[in-house]
Design a protein around this ligand. Structure first.
Ligand code: SF4
Length: 371
């Protein structure tokens, strides 16, 4: 019986994000690990490998797809209420013990993570997205940076069809991969997991490439929102939140910051679940540090005002939410506050077209054979 790695090795193409080192190895630039790969070696992500002096990278399948409101990603300042068609492949460059997408992200590391690949084409995915009424298409579920060539293939077809494109990513980027993505990615969510390099090393990464990626995405003008999953005892000390939010506000006070509640998942079962009080405390620190758009997520109806968008100038209510459900929308057609006229940072449509909250999805695709 073939292993999952064997099956995935059959569905690859030549990569774009690498160069040849003087000693004959290949240097991959798709993520901040920048793996040097001798012939026959596979990267930390376990999906990109050197085969006879060529970097082979994933193509032609998805590990999962779903169509849901964009607020679930979460993007709160980009096309509110729009259906976002999400697709992902398999594998990740980190190995977070609390991953909520571990079935796809850890499929190559953990035998319990069974996620059979489904054959797909860029045109087929875009056609499905359009059929389901999506206005946005998002690469997510696994770490999209490590499968960027495939994402760009899909996004080229998506942009030709008029869709907005997005990444939901751990932000472990490089100059090369951001330059590669720049023409094709409109929205980018970075999961800033901690502000402590030791914590990042526990998860299999380093903090520096992630902070660099956040700065660079903002410079490039790609719409950026940040999420921090608040894990009691791991990253929720006042000191860490203080430094994290001061950093973000230093990049731009207009970057929305979502601080979301942890619930026990995958291998991280020791910490207690995050309480509403913990979220509120973290958002208070973020606001004090100058962030203008701070949200508390994953505990609908239990965090007071912190699910809503208010004008940073006059504090008028602009978007009222319960979880990802939009209950009231008051922005003007050019993305301004209707009361004081202040321009609200984001990528707004001309209006709010309502929200479809449940869309069944049956992929028009087939499973890849594993036997
Ligand atoms: S994507 Fe990252 S982990 Fe995978 S081979 Fe490239 S540099 Fe290494």
């Amino acid at each position: 019986m073939s292993t999952l790695a064997d099956v995935l090795a059959q569905t690859t193409r030549a990569g774009s994000l690498y160069n040849c080192l003087p000693d004959g190895r290949l240097r991959c630039y798709a993520c901040g690990h920048c793996c040097p790969l001798p012939d026959g070696a596979i990267g930390v992500c376990k999906v990109r490998f050197n085969q006879n002096g060529e970097l082979r990278v994933p193509r032609g399948y998805v590990g999962g797809v779903q169509c849901a409101p964009i607020e679930k990603k979460p993007f709160f300042h980009a096309h509110p209420g729009a259906q976002a068609y999400s697709f992902g492949m398999l594998g990740c460059d980190l190995h977070c013990g609390y991953c909520q997408n571990w079935v796809t992200s850890q499929a190559l590391r953990d035998p319990q993570a069974v996620a059979p690949p489904i054959a797909a084409s860029p045109e087929g995915l875009v056609a499905d997205a359009l059929r389901l009424g999506a206005r946005v298409i998002v690469s997510t579920y696994n770490e999209p940076l490590i499968t960027s060539e495939w994402a760009v293939d899909v996004f080229k077809a998506a942009k030709a069809a008029g869709l907005t494109t997005g990444y939901v990513s751990n932000g472990n980027g490089t100059p090369e991969v951001l330059e590669f993505l720049r023409p094709w990615v409109d929205l980018y969510k970075v999961d800033l997991k901690s502000f402590d390099d030791r914590h990042y090393r526990q998860l299999g990464g380093r903090i520096e490439p992630i902070l660099w990626t956040i700065r660079r995405l903002h410079e490039l003008g790609i719409w950026l929102e940040i999420v921090t999953l608040l894990i009691p005892g791991f990253n929720n000390s006042d000191d860490e939140i203080e430094r994290l939010t001061a950093f973000l506000a230093g990049v731009s006070p207009d970057i929305p910051w979502h601080v979301t509640a942890f619930h026990k998942d995958y291998r991280m079962n020791d910490p207690e679940n995050t309480t509403p009080e913990m979220l509120i405390r973290a958002t208070d620190i973020g606001t004090r540090n100058g962030l203008r758009y701070v949200y508390a997520g994953n505990l609908p109806g239990r965090v007071g005002d912190l699910e809503h968008t208010r004008c940073h100038h006059c504090h008028a209510l602009l978007v009222e939410r319960y979880g990802y459900f939009i209950q009231q929308y008051r922005l003007t057609s050019d993305g301004g506050c209707p009361d004081c006229g202040t321009s609200i940072p984001g990528r707004w449509g001309a209006g709010f077209d309502g929200q479809i909250t449940s869309t069944p999805f049956l992929p028009g695709t087939r499973r890849l054979r594993m036997a």
